[in-house]
Write a protein of this length. Structure first.
Length: 386
């Protein structure tokens, strides 16, 4: 556990100068006992806006030397893996806002030191709500995400419009719109909190009221005696998360008095997720020695496989797997599709032969770059028995 003197002087390093990194750079100085050490970027330093120039660096070594804890929020699996490998080797804890990294290779890195995803994005928000629910005696059955819009193959012009409007990258907009991000988020929650999925890609009830979805999903979880992750697709719902629970000891009339309904399923709603505004809570948690909030676990059950968006010819190079135009992600059970590589592994991969729209990309379909991401994934991939 960090002592009080360490907490008072905690230097927070930031890896990434996108939307989250810039926002966290504004937020950290407002947090008691924290200051920014360095901010790592891949871009030329003079081209980075919104960050104190004296704090910027292109050097991972300089980031490490001036940090007591590092927040990785670059949003890129290869970049995150490279930085986190170095930071954990230096003995520093890591907080992330990058579910893509965790679901791809987080199971390798989470055994090497303190590594956690953060409150503020949907997975961390669900993990925090889970802790609150359990502390109150609830027994979670369903970990739910709420999504307002889904288009598995958005056009470029549509993506660019929403990227300009939101001040985020087209890659991020694409991964949000085609559902890949949400599939990854729920896979991380499943792996970290011991849940599963009812079917490939999850069910995704459409235009349902939250109370109706809670009953439907609660019954399904009870039918398999295992908590599940899923989502509701409804633009009228808030951009937050929810948990459907039982309460095995409290009288139903008491919970009814508390406005939780008739039971037996009770929904706890968190109607927001505020990313970098909430992220310092997880930083504080780690500095206080309370351990990880959420990671992919050393033995994950759920993967997010890549599905071709269009017919793709042999020799096609998948430039950007998560948020690109070639593939999108679907949550799958690893035991069912053990030879489907995670979508986060496929950036820079080349197709060995043609694949059809809707086809799941298997290891035999692609040549994957030889890099730290591939090494980390292969080192934790279950070995086939003879």
């Amino acid at each position: 556990m960090a002592n009080k003197e360490t907490i008072k002087q905690a230097r927070i390093g930031i890896s990434g100068t996108g939307f989250i990194g810039v926002g966290l750079h504004r937020r950290i100085p407002q947090c008691a006992g924290m200051k920014i050490g360095r901010v790592l970027t891949r871009r030329p330093l003079a081209s980075v806006g919104g960050i104190d120039a004296a704090l910027l660096t292109n050097s991972i070594d300089e980031l490490i030397e001036n940090s007591d804890l590092v927040v990785e929020c670059s949003g890129d699996v290869l970049r995150a893996s490279t930085v986190i490998d170095r930071v954990l080797s230096a003995g520093l804890p890591v907080v992330t806002m990058c579910a893509e990294f965790h679901v791809t290779v987080g199971s390798y890195f989470c055994t090497r030191g303190v590594l956690t995803d953060a409150e503020g994005d949907q997975p961390g928000s669900l993990a925090a709500l889970h802790e609150e629910a359990v502390d109150m005696g609830f027994h979670p059955l369903v970990y739910g995400n709420m999504k307002g819009f889904l288009n598995h193959n958005p056009i470029k012009e549509e993506v660019e419009h929403w990227a300009r409007r939101g001040g985020i990258s087209p890659v991020q907009v694409t991964s949000f719109t085609d559902g890949t991000k949400m599939q990854i988020e729920n896979a991380l929650v499943a792996n970290g909190l011991g849940a599963t999925i009812m079917q490939r890609g999850m069910i995704g009830l459409q235009n349902a009221l939250l109370e109706d979805a809670a009953i439907a999903y609660g019954r399904k979880a009870l039918s398999i005696h295992t908590p599940i992750v899923d989502y509701v697709l409804n633009p009228r719902l808030p951009a937050g998360v929810f948990i459907v629970s039982e309460h095995l000891s409290e009288p139903p009339d008491v919970l009814r008095y508390y406005k939780l309904g008739e039971g037996p399923f009770y929904t706890l709603l968190r109607p927001y997720h505020l990313c970098h505004l909430e992220l310092p809570r997880t930083i504080r948690r780690v500095l206080d020695g309370r351990g990880p909030l959420l990671n992919n676990s050393p033995a994950p059950r759920i993967n997010v496989a890549a599905v071709a968006k269009n017919d793709l010819a042999a020799g096609t190079r998948i430039e950007t797997a998560i948020g690109g135009h070639e593939v999108r992600g679907e949550a799958v059970i690893i035991e069912v599709l053990p030879d489907a590589p995670p979508i986060g592994l496929l950036s820079g991969a080349t197709l060995r032969h043609s694949v059809s729209a809707g086809q799941t990309i298997m290891l035999s379909d692609v040549d994957i770059p030889d890099n730290i991401v591939r090494m980390a994934w292969e080192s934790t991939r279950p070995k086939k028995s003879n």
